[in-house]
Design a protein around this ligand. Structure first.
Ligand code: SF4
Length: 132
């Protein structure tokens, strides 16, 4: 649990190749990216608040904005781009990609409330319905 939280905080799964379309349960989803971004933002706010308070750096607020950009927004955006590419590959390689029950943000089948991977289609094609 702690390991997973640290990996989420560091946005590490994709870079290590641990997360792929063969995993029955995805390590990266939109939710995990948002959680990682919130953890990073909280840490940066605590550190910068302490620095500003300790050394009276109120006039250097621009550095806080730069730190948020470098350590929260950019890594999360990059993680999301990698996640999106992986989901596009999954959608192309499985029939779920064209099904209206496929939720690409969570890599889920909404109908069965289960994750989808290259090796597991919860309905096995029985409930496929064309996406509009
Ligand atoms: S209903 Fe079947 S085809 Fe459609 S998303 Fe769910 S598992 Fe995939």
């Amino acid at each position: 649990m702690i390991d997973r939280l640290i990996d989420t905080f560091l946005h590490r799964f994709t870079n290590t190749g641990k997360d792929n379309n063969d995993n029955p349960i995805p390590l990266i989803t939109t939710g995990s990216i948002v959680l990682g971004a919130m953890l990073r933002l909280a840490l940066i706010m605590i550190i910068t608040w302490w620095i500003i308070d300790e050394w009276m750096f109120q006039q250097y607020w621009i550095f806080i904005a730069i730190a948020i950009m470098l350590f929260v927004i950019y890594p999360s955006f990059r993680q999301y781009s990698i996640f999106n590419d992986r989901i596009e590959n999954l959608a192309e390689s499985t029939m779920c990609g064209s099904c209206k029950h496929f939720d690409n943000t969570g890599q889920m089948c909404i109908l069965y409330d289960e994750h989808i991977s290259n090796n597991s289609l919860p309905c096995e094609g029985q409930d496929w319905e064309l996406k509009n």
